[in-house]
Design a binder for this molecule. Structure first.
Ligand code: AMP
Length: 216
């Protein structure tokens, strides 16, 4: 399957994407993770991306699209993929359509994760991510690690993402409403959108998502 995951920051896209990709046996492609990997390797792309990310803004389309295209063209993505955080505006959605058209392939579904604003703010404020593997995500109140600051899964150090600070979160939410939400209508016109609630226990949301995707 070829799936795009959308939803506001803090809706649980990363958590659900990891689980869904595993169940569906397709690679999880997160542009946010790709940028963070570039930042930790201190590449030119990482240096450029960091200034936009720290402010809560989108990294320019040109570099983002090139990076996403490069990743989607790797051999493990031939049979399908789950895109998490890409596309993030209508121009990126257009670029993705062009790429898919060139390859003669189509998206199967756009999964829209819905969560109320006060809830996503709470989730982001308490979010702690593992430095070794960003798929290992905890929350100081909702899913605390056994030992503070240490990842239960691999023992890595838990940290708060630079862009999870309160002021940056407000910008990210605004960017989501003004730039990303319009892609939901763009894909709705193509009959691809399935919307589910992102509220409730992680397992329940995953089950809801798989159920919604089974109709696609
Ligand atoms: P995420 O991990 O998806 O929350 O992304 C973190 C940050 O990376 C975003 O706030 C943006 O600054 C940047 N980013 C991730 N994906 C994109 C994208 N498709 N277009 C532009 N910027 C992006």
């Amino acid at each position: 399957m070829r799936i795009v995951l959308v939803g506001p920051p803090g809706a649980g896209k990363g958590t659900q994407a990891t689980r869904l990709a595993e169940k569906l046996r397709i690679p999880h492609i997160s542009t946010g993770d790709l940028f963070r990997a570039n930042i930790s390797r201190q590449t030119e792309l990482g240096k450029l991306a960091k200034s936009y990310m720290d402010a809560g803004n989108l990294v320019p389309d040109e570099v983002t699209i090139a990076m996403a295209k490069d990743r989607m063209e790797q051999s493990d993505a031939e049979g399908g993929f789950l895109l998490d955080g890409f596309p993030r505006n209508v121009s990126q959605a257009g670029a993705l359509d062009e790429l898919l058209q060139t390859e003669g392939i189509k998206l199967d579904a756009v999964l829209d994760l819905e969560a109320p604003e006060d809830e996503v703010v709470k989730r982001i404020a308490g979010r702690r991510v593992c430095r070794k593997d960003s798929a290992h995500v905890f929350h100081v109140t909702y899913s605390p690690p056994k030992q503070e600051g240490v990842c239960d899964v691999c023992g890595g150090e838990l940290y708060q993402r630079d862009d999870d600070s309160e002021s940056t979160v407000r910008t990210r939410l605004e960017v989501y409403h003004t730039q990303t939400e319009p892609i939901i209508d763009y894909y709705r016109a193509q009959g691809l959108v399935v919307t589910i609630s992102a509220m409730g226990p992680v397992d329940e949301v995953t089950a809801r998502a798989l159920e919604a995707l089974s109709g696609k």
